[in-house]
Design a protein. Structure first.
Length: 268
């Protein structure tokens, strides 16, 4: 039996909010409803939310220029919570604005028009939540190699997280990294001759992930050591795990197989 995923639904239309909440809860989700941008922001900052659905206009004054929902999505982009922008306006320009990257990332990952119906919204939700989240742990000298892995994981339909791509300037990187590890489905440790004995924040990331691993079931797959080149693994905990050699022709397919197998086990 799995725990229901929590969705934040923010809309200033009380009737739509209630109807949509009942619909999503009937589909097995736990829904937190917010009628204001202020409360939605409080939920995003303090509660573990798998997805946020934000109305483009969350203000209550009928202002045609109101874009408070989109603004909230932009302001909370560093929280690593995927967002869907919801609106009754079908203009293509609204979608472009919501999905346009700012500082390397978009405010939302999807855009749904209310008139398309709740089933259309459900399809968008399931597209987002079925993406497996993967944290990439690596040493900075290996950054270019890991960029390649990141792109391949995206093409394979996963949602990888990499500090150089997801942390904005001015953000507290240690807080962002801890949050990203805690919300990830898998933790990939990228190993090379540069990293196997390297001190620094990579070791802190490992310690955070190991604490999470301790809470998993014995046959769960969470931490995946991968070798980007021939190297000797020395970390005691990593030696307990089967690793994948990404430099072999079958390396990436084996990695994908391990991720998919780990996902299946969690559903049992």
């Amino acid at each position: 039996m799995t725990t229901a995923l929590t969705i934040l639904l923010a809309d200033n239309d009380a009737t739509f909010l209630q109807t949509t909440c009942e619909f999503l809860e009937g589909k097995g989700y736990h829904v937190i409803c917010a009628s204001t941008a202020e409360y939605a922001k409080e939920v995003l900052n303090h509660k573990p939310v798998a997805l946020a659905i934000l109305d483009y206009r969350l203000g209550n004054d009928g202002d045609d220029k109101d874009r408070s929902g989109l603004k909230l999505a932009q302001e909370t982009a560093d929280l690593n919570v995927p967002k869907i922008i919801l609106t009754k306006f079908e203009s293509y320009e609204y979608a472009v604005e919501a999905l346009r990257p700012e500082k390397g990332r978009a405010a939302a990952i999807d855009f749904v028009v209310k008139q398309e119906g709740l089933e259309k919204l459900l399809e968008a939700i399931e597209r987002v939540l079925t993406k497996i989240k993967i944290f990439l742990c690596y040493a900075d000298p290996d950054r270019d190699l890991v960029f390649g892995l990141y792109e391949n994981l995206v093409l394979a339909g996963f949602y990888p997280w990499m500090d150089k791509k997801h942390i904005n300037g001015g953000e507290k990187w240690e807080v962002a990294i801890r949050r990203a590890i805690q919300s990830s489905d898998f933790f990939i440790v990228c190993l090379t001759k540069n990293s196997v004995n390297r001190r620094g924040f990579m070791q802190k990331e490992l310690r955070i992930a190991l604490d999470i691993w301790e809470e998993k079931l014995e046959d769960d797959i969470f931490m995946l050591p991968i070798r980007l080149e021939e190297c000797i693994i020395t970390h005691e905990k990593l030696l307990e795990l089967q690793w994948v050699d990404l430099f072999n022709p079958d390396g990436f397919p084996r990695l994908v197989k391990a991720i998919n197998e780990g996902s299946k086990r969690r559903l049992l």
